[in-house]
Design a protein around this ligand. Sequence first.
Ligand code: UGA
Length: 430
Amino acid sequence: MKLAVIGLGHTGLVVAAVLAEIGHQVHGFDIESGKRSRISRGHSPFYEPDLDSLIARGLATGRLVISRTLDEAQADAEVVFLAVGTPAANGDAPNLAEFWSAAGQVVPLLLPHAVLAIKSTLPVGTTDELIARFKAQWPDAPPVVNVPEFLRQGTAVADFLRPERVIFGSHSPAALNVMRVVYEPFKLSSETIHECRPVEAELIKHAANCFLAARISYANELANLCGRLGADYEIVRHGLAADSRIGSSFLNAGLGFGGSCFPKDLAALIKTARDAGSPFTLLEATLAANRAQVHRVVALADEMVGGLSGRKVLQLGLTYKAGTDDTRGSRALELAFLLIREGAELTCHDPAYIPTEVGSDQLFTIADDPVSAASRMDLVLIATDWPEFIDLPWSKIVGSMRSARLLDGRNLLDPTEMTAAGFTYRGIGR
Ligand code: UGA
């Protein structure tokens, strides 16, 4: 099928490259020309495992084309995917300016019978608002499907290629038929595809992210309690996870959740619920617990070194999680700024960090080699769960530090091993 993907960010580019890989003819467009030319040369503008090879293959076979204009991209498309960003705004609702602008340009250019498929995460009710707006303007407005995306950064290609569920939210049976054809090459079982109305599709997307976020806040507060009671959270976590009704995912304690999705979607659903007169107090507590968590880690660091002011601290990790160079909503980056505010002399190392935050690299030193950077430090603090940190030569690091203190903000390391190596070790709830 001939498809167009508008917006080539972390979601749109993966969608475009994978849809080309499974056999569709895909035209991609992004408003940023630098991004378009980088992708046209076969490179993703952001770090995502396996994506470059997929892009290169798509370009080589001609099934993936990066268009210079929106009109060119959607000229003969049977389905246009809108995947533009809906970034967090200052308040509790995301900024939809780019979304409305893109939608306003796409719709008048659509072929008759073409389908508009929305991948951008929209506050609940927005798809119906869009349908109503367009119906008022254009009598032949296209059928719209809300197709929320559940891929995770770092495993995005695999997640999109092998989805656990696909949600089609539409009022149009014809559009649902078209979407089934688009997804046919994935060879999904019929139970994997869920058809519903747009409002339900939007709710499923928000409810999934919010549920996972709630689990993380639960884990963090339980871990904090373990710390107070002298229990080891990791032992408690394993005991909990053994109950198949609970399971093991999203129970890792740490600095709190970050990224461009969980905090934003949580704030959006809280607002939706409040506006609807049905406050979601559990989610309000989830957000409050998450905001507090990074401050607890700062307090722990302060306690370990007897006051952070003037202390030399090496922070390992700045991205919001491992496997990405993204620092949007990163609790690790927030931690770095808080440590500096407390007067610490901070050096940071991250395998993928690109100093994009204004002034961040002037506030702290970036070290390429964590081992030599640890020399003369008062504290090493793990802030992102990069597996690389597990294999650092800790016995070498311990000897070079001014005082061998290790705060494992992601419970990545084995406390027994670290204590045996000579560290004063603290984790989250251990
Ligand atoms: C999340 C969802 O998992 C995806 O399904 C969804 O498609 C995506 O948001 C989105 O809405 O676009 P992502 O933000 O890539 O994906 O990252 P996750 O792996 O879910 O992690 C989110 C945050 O939670 C990270 O800061 C991570 O460190 C933290 N986390 C995760 C924990 O603190 N503990 C855990 O046990 C798991």
